[in-house]
Design a binder for this molecule. Structure first.
Ligand code: 3NM
Length: 207
């Protein structure tokens, strides 16, 4: 299995649940994104995935589709993002054969060991902090543990996720992680545009 590479530092990586958010973020210069839709019918998902992929292509952006790997292949997304359970069910060789990148979620040393043989395009490490956005079976790992993972995974692009606010982003970036993935720090912000700018500035400063 051979998944195409992604840039070693993917930068700011918002995870959003609608085409509207994809469009907003593309328009302010975000170029790595994930569409993560959980509570919709299959037809709604198909429409959103198709539309989001078409938009991302226009902006030459890296759009990862969460879970819906068949739709991602059908509409030729940049990549797919899978959780530990989805990994067991997805046809990874079909994803690789279609030329899509693969990002995977991990929450512990054991989960990292489990995904390494797959040689994913990037490994997400989470949750860094407690998060209100997703019910997590695993406790927050904290900055020190994330830094340890990043050091061990020195040849694989990494993404930190979970409870990352602008205030905490600087510490997270100091672990050397290639990217920070955020949901609420952007979608629940009183001024989401300023939030995006603040994250982008921190990331540029760390490079
Ligand atoms: N995955 P927020 S944490 C979607 O650890 C997701 O795998 C996580 O949302 C993981 O930035 C998470 O609002 C939610 O905390 C992140």
């Amino acid at each position: 299995m051979h998944f195409p590479k992604v840039p070693f530092k993917l930068g700011l990586y918002p995870v959003v649940d609608s085409v509207l958010w994809i469009e907003r973020l593309l328009n302010v210069g975000v170029r790595t994104l994930q569409l993560r839709i959980k509570h919709s019918t299959i037809d709604e998902k198909r429409d959103a995935v198709r539309h989001a992929i078409a938009l991302a292509k226009k902006f030459d952006a890296r759009l990862f589709i969460n879970d819906e790997w068949q739709l991602a292949i059908e509409y030729q997304a940049y990549g797919v993002h899978l959780g530990q359970e989805d990994l067991l069910e997805a046809d990874l060789s079909a994803i690789a054969k279609a030329g899509l990148r693969l990002g995977v979620s991990t929450h512990s040393d054991v989960e990292i060991e489990r995904v390494l043989p797959i040689k994913p395009s990037y490994i997400a490490l989470g949750p860094v902090f407690a998060t209100q956005t997703k019910e997590m079976a695993m406790p927050p790992q904290g900055i020190t543990k994330i830094a340890e993972h990043v050091a061990k995974l020195s040849t694989i692009p990494t993404v930190a996720i979970g409870g990352i606010s602008i205030k905490r982003a600087e510490d997270v970036l100091q672990t050397g992680v290639g990217s920070i993935a955020v949901v609420s720090a952007i979608t629940q912000a009183t001024d989401w545009r300023s939030a995006v700018t603040a994250f982008q500035q921190l990331i540029t400063k760390q490079r």
